[in-house]
Design a protein around this ligand. Structure first.
Ligand code: CMP
Length: 139
């Protein structure tokens, strides 16, 4: 079924001017960018967004990094968009990411891994609502 997922182009990627190259990967895979904005998160907002990870040892590093520069938040739409986006991104650790995936080509490390994508349809709904109102999503 047609589905939506939340994607974030992270500060390591915006800093290296990779927004267009990453968006091309999404579009080539048949994902449509139905909402998109470039924003700067505060540490507090990054902590809210990643609250499920707050007990992890890397929580501080992760949230400081996500607030360290601009991010591009976007809604991707398509057939099985959550899974399709996860395939296009590749594994969290770029060392494990399949050739041709965004993380294999662009990620710098497990922390500075260029993109975030929702892990399931229910998470996608929550993550989309965190950043976007219905009016901002144009399918
Ligand atoms: P993301 O999909 O944004 O969701 C949680 C993030 O935590 C994940 O991508 C990684 O970038 C980050 N992460 C996971 N493991 C580590 C780690 N060991 N050190 C730093 N960041 C990590």
């Amino acid at each position: 079924a047609t589905e939506r997922t939340l994607s974030i182009i992270k500060p390591d990627a915006t800093r290296r001017n990779l927004t267009g190259k990453i968006n091309a990967k999404f579009e080539e895979a048949g994902l449509r960018i139905v909402a998109q904005k470039r924003i700067r998160l505060s540490v507090d907002q990054a902590q809210q967004f990643y609250a499920v990870h707050k007990e992890r040892p890397f929580f501080g590093e992760l949230t400081e990094f996500m607030a360290s520069g601009p991010v591009v938040v976007q809604v991707l739409e398509g057939e099985g968009a959550v899974q399709k986006n996860r395939q296009v991104m590749g594994a969290t650790n770029p060392k494990d990411a399949a050739p041709g995936t965004i993380r294999a080509e662009f990620a710098e490390s497990v922390g500075e891994n260029s993109v975030h994508g929702s892990d399931a349809p229910e998470t996608a709904r929550e993550e989309i609502a965190f950043f976007f109102s219905g009016l901002e999503i144009v399918g």
